[in-house]
Every structure is written in structure tokens, then in C-alpha cells.
Design a binder for this molecule. Structure first.
Ligand code: MN3
Length: 248
């Protein structure tokens, strides 16, 4: 799945690079230039993708400085350390999903940094300036599972709030097509064989302090409420459709 996402993003990026005249006002120009310069040096399997919008595009819900530090420093370090951890080993030819499936047997550096890299790629993609509404059909699917969208929101927020320390909240779908909400510690995710409950992540929310501390300080609940305003439900639904087809 991540491969598809990366391929689509790579194609979008490539076409932008060729035209040199990006029309999407949310694309971060500086990042694109950096990516253009770096693209021949990055391993094909795992690329450091440009942020799909500018650092300030999620304001006022997520502030510019938080996004800049989060993407250009935290995310970058996970990526670099992940590549370092797999380079020159048999792991470098594996897909990220293959790595996650045998995570219990791999070094901590692969788990922490591979997870950090992947989780953030999902996170950037499932946010959009002002949010993108869900389709009527997907709204019905979610409502039939959770009772109402309000209930889904409550359960998802609770997963984020009750995660002690650092981690992630997730909306997932399991191999039988059942939707469920979960949370994982540190940079783990539901694809890893060490996850309490395994499934395909559809929606990722970072609840590490670095995701919100500059604007919200200790008020994680306020950040979680704000996050709801920037969810790209179109992307969430696409992941759902993809997972359902794959598991058939
Ligand atoms: Mn983070």
C-alpha cells in the first residue's frame, strides 16, 4: 500500500519537477527543490517524499513552526536513520510491509526509525488544508460500524488521549474488513507483527509531544480536537478501498 502511495506521490512529484511550474499552491517550493537535488541519492524502495502542502497550510489548527520542525527535522531523522539501519544488509531489498511483518526479529533501530518514517508519511497524507470531507458512502460505512461519526470521533480521541507517553492513534481495517480503532506506543504501528491488534492503518494521528507542544503545550486534548479539522477523508477512504480489495 505504501508503495502505491509512494509511487503516486513520486509521479506527482516527477511531473511537477518536469513542468517546473507547480500549480498546486500548497506544494512547498523549497522542499521540492531539495527533493529534486536529492532524488538520485535516495533508495528507490523508500523515498523521503515532499510534504503535500506548505508548512503553514494547516493553520490555525497545526502551526507552521511545528510542521516545519516535525517534517524537516523529526521525520528526516527517522528516514535517515532507517536507511542507515538497513543499508548494506539483506533488509534493504525488502518492502516496508515485509519488514513490518517480521519486526519482532529485527533490530530496534529498524523498528523505531522504519516505523517513524512510515507513520509520518501516512500522517502527512491524511491531513489537508481545511480538511477534505468524506463521501456519503464512506460516512455510512463508518456510521454503521461506530454508531455515529460523533462516536467514532470520541473513540479515536480516547485512543489518542489514553496513550501514555509517546505514540499514535489509528483507525484501521483488519483482514476481515472490520474497522477498528487502536493506539500504539513509540513508532510502532498496526502493520507490525508486534502490534496488539493488527490491521491496515487508514488514519494516523501522531500524539508525540513534538506534534503539538509548541502550540498546545500540555493540552493534548485540544490538539486532538483541532486535528479533526484537517483530516483528508478522501485519502482515508482510498486506503480503505485499497485494503478491502487487497484482502479479498
Ligand atoms: Mn512525529
Amino acid at each position: 500500500m505504501i508503495k502505491t502511495i509512494l509511487t503516486i506521490s513520486a509521479l506527482a512529484f516527477f511531473s511537477l519537477g518536469v513542468s517546473a511550474q507547480p500549480t498546486n499552491k500548497f506544494i512547498n517550493q523549497e522542499k521540492l527543490k531539495t527533493m529534486e537535488a536529492n532524488k538520485n541519492n535516495t533508495p528507490v524502495n523508500h523515498q523521503f517524499m515532499p510534504l503535500p502542502y506548505a508548512y503553514d497550510a494547516l493553520e490555525p489548527h497545526i502551526d507552521k513552526l511545528t510542521m516545519e520542525i516535525h517534517y524537516s527535522r523529526h521525520h528526516r531523522v527517522y528516514y535517515d536513520n532507517f536507511i542507515k539501519a538497513i543499508s548494506g544488509t539483506p533488509l534493504e531489498n525488502m518492502t516496508i510491509n515485509e519488514l513490518f511483518e517480521k519486526m519482532s526479529t529485527l533490530p530496534a533501530a529498524v523498528r523505531n526509525n522504519g516505523g517513524g518514517y512510515y507513520n509520518h508519511e501516512l500522517f502527512w497524507e491524511n491531513m489537508a488544508p481545511g480538511g477534505v470531507p468524506m463521501s456519503e458512502n464512506f460516512g455510512k460505512i463508518l456510521t454503521s460500524k461506530f454508531g455515529s461519526l460523533e462516536k467514532l470521533k470520541e473513540e479515536f480521541a480516547a485512543a489518542g488521549m489514553t496513550r501514555f507517553g509517546s505514540g499514535w492513534a489509528w483507525l484501521n481495517v483488519d483482514v476481515n474488513g472490520n474497522l477498528f480503532i487502536s493506539s500504539t506506543p513509540n513508532q510502532d504501528n498496526p502493520l507490525m507483527d508486534i502490534a496488539e491488534k493488527r490491521g491496515t492503518p487508514l488514519l494516523a494521528m501522531d500524539v508525540w509531544e513534538h506534534a503539538y507542544y509548541l502550540k498546545y503545550q500540555n493540552k493534548r486534548a485540544d490538539y486532538i480536537t483541532a486535528f479533526w479539522n484537517v483530516i483528508n477523508w478522501k485519502v482515508v477512504e482510498e486506503r480503505y478501498d485499497e485494503a478491502i480489495v487487497k484482502n479479498k
